[in-house]
Write a protein that binds this ligand. Structure first.
Ligand code: SP5
Ligand code: ZN
Length: 351
């Protein structure tokens, strides 16, 4: 298995986030990726590679005005704002115009989905590197250089829509991996999202298309962020109707009911018969995660990997959430290693 990793994620390492009206230590920190990197290297798992120069298939995934905003917002904030970190204070509710207002705070609220996703000076650099990492992982798999690849990237991506950032996400790395696979000739791609939080950005990007099946297992939005999407009756729109599958689970979910949901997810994917699979992996489904309530132990991650292996698909794994520093490395290893026990074998036929 190829593991795409670059140190550039360190450009985004916010110290605080503004949560529920309080400044608290940030959860989405650089140490997350480094602890996973260290664990996989210690286990001698996979082959580490750097992102390649192949670019990012932004067209069709993110809007141009949004990308321009992300590139410039922090610098603008130093002159037009307070000089601290950009935070939204108002949002479009009754209407969302096609383009953002010129005013900086108007633009921040236009593009922001929440107020606890800090932007620092290096955020764009890191987010762009993560997008390149996910695109690279997709290219490696599409070109038969590996049967599976893991984009060990951050900041995460699945809450980012075409033109909104939230939930620590700026660019939707998993959606970009899907777009890259499609560009390489994999017409039908399944995107499975197992992060604790519903992948509202990924759903929004693909809800009107029948080429990408989006399947998500997550905490019931009645009780968990992102609150406003992820209910079972959200099944897609227009030609995408039937190509969005939401499997919400109650707070405190343990392995048995989780496995039932995962089996249903795998059935939906098998029925769709895609030519490739992208998996948004969130380690925040683990017991003890500070942002999650599920009770999955390391054994469960092993079983998840083994179940996904039975789909027999070229697979791109993309890192999303997971905030319990002592366990995220081991759980990532447990999942990936049971998916691809002989991870050193990068030949196309091997997992
Ligand atoms: C990628 C990802 O996992 N993003 C998660 C963003 C979550 N943001 C909202 C956090 C609200 C947490 N409330 C639970 C507090 C438990 N102490
Ligand atoms: Zn999450």
């Amino acid at each position: 298995m190829k593991i795409v990793y670059s140190e550039e994620h360190r450009h985004h390492d916010p110290e605080h986030e503004f949560r529920r009206s309080e400044n608290v230590p940030a959860f989405e920190r650089a140490v997350r990726a480094s602890v996973i990197e260290t664990t996989l290297r210690e286990k001698n798992f996979g082959t580490f590679i750097a992102p390649d120069e192949g670019g990012v298939p932004f067209t069709g995934v993110h809007d141009e005005a949004y990308l321009r905003f992300l590139r410039t917002v922090h610098a603008r904030f130093q002159t037009e704002g307070s000089g601290q970190e950009p935070l939204p204070y108002c949002w479009p509710t009754t209407s969302r115009p096609r383009l953002p207002p010129q005013d900086l705070f108007g633009a921040i609220g236009f593009f922001a989905g929440d107020a606890d996703t800090p932007i620092v000076a290096g955020t764009w650099k890191a987010a762009e590197a993560a997008a390149r990492g996910a695109s690279t992982a997709a290219r490696k798999v599409a070109r038969g250089e590996a049967r599976a690849a893991f984009a060990l990237t951050r900041p995460p991506g699945h809450h980012a829509s075409r033109s909104t950032y939230s939930g620590y996400c700026f660019l939707n790395n998993a959606a970009l991996a899907c777009a890259q696979l499609q560009q390489e000739g994999f017409a039908r791609v399944a995107l499975l999202d197992i992060d604790y939080h519903h992948g509202n950005g990924s759903q929004a990007i693909f809800e009107a298309t029948s080429d990408v099946l989006f399947v998500s297992i997550h905490a019931d939005p009645d009780h968990a962020y992102p609150f406003y999407s992820g209910r079972a009756d959200e099944v897609g729109h227009g030609e995408g109707r039937g190509f969005t599958v939401n499997l919400p689970l109650p707070p405190g979910t343990t392995w048995d009911p989780y496995r039932d949901a995962l089996l249903r997810a795998c059935e939906a994917i098998a029925r769709f018969a895609p030519s490739a699979l992208v998996v948004s992996i969130g380690l925040d489904i683990a017991v003890g995660d500070p942002l999650g309530t599920f009770e999955l132990e390391t054994d469960a991650f092993r079983e998840i990997g083994a179940l996904l292996r039975t789909l027999h698909l070229p697979t791109v794994f993309v890192l999303e959430g997971g905030y319990d520093i002592p366990t995220i490395g081991l759980n990532t290893f447990a999942l990936l290693n049971s998916f691809a026990p002989d991870a050193q074998d990068d030949s196309p036929g091997a997992p």
